[in-house]
Design a protein around this ligand. Sequence first.
Ligand code: ZN
Ligand code: ZN
Length: 297
Amino acid sequence: MIVGEPNTVSSSPLKNTSPPELLCNLSPIRPQISPSTVTESNTSSVKYWNKRLGLHESDRTTVRCGEWLTDKHINAAQSLLREQFPLQQGLQDTLLVEQCRTYHSGTNNFVQILYINGNHWVCTSNRFSPAGAVDVFDCSTCSRNSRTLKRQLALILQCPAASFCVRHIDVQRQNGSSECGLFAIAFAYTLCLGLDPSTIRYDQAQMRTHYEACINDEEFEMFPTLPYHHRQAARQNRVKSEKQLRIFCKCRLPWDKDDTTKGAMIQCSRCKEWYHEHCCNINSTDYTIKKYICDKC
Ligand SMILES: [Zn+2]
Ligand SMILES: [Zn+2]
């Protein structure tokens, strides 16, 4: 049995694979805003900012004080966007992305905000990407080579091909380090409108008051913009970088040497595809198994 590490470096584009239509499994799950975690005993002492969206006064203080937006802020916004754009795929609760495994061959036009690296919000979409590619809209450079981003994209896309292309789009950078949630929401709303965030310059100074007003009105409107900077308008390269991400196994995830939950990787002796031992119920230390042949073969 061949146990080891798959070669994740691939010539781009992969040989013998035409660009796959990326499948998106985000559509069937339309979670409601998760119920408030406040227990009944102290409900009376906790004031809501917006009860329907599950936001408390403390959440408004977070917005006003220039702090990082939490998943409550992001998911309240995505919930409103789902109401405003009922045909838009994606916009799923950010906490549910890891649990979303159902294969779904639906349409491939999604917008989704993702939480990555334990400290950062980015927006992802395939609205303006060619078949076999997905775009990342990030107001910093944190998403380059982020394993949590790659993993979540692979989970969302469940791409049947050997790889898909992750493209980092040249969008506005944040000033400071705590505005990524607001930019992710601004990018998501812009994409829902059918516009390309790389062509827009947002007025960062007004983002927080705009977010607060949209939550108050329970309806999003376009974030205030600034006139185009001359240099930006002349910008040619919309795609700053692109990389083929190889994916493996039945679970269609990238290889991640830090993820020990799925065991070692074993290679099918016939088709040479790599599989996680746990995904295939195989014990790689069982030396009575001479060769592993996958289900497909
Ligand atoms: Zn697997
Ligand atoms: Zn095989």
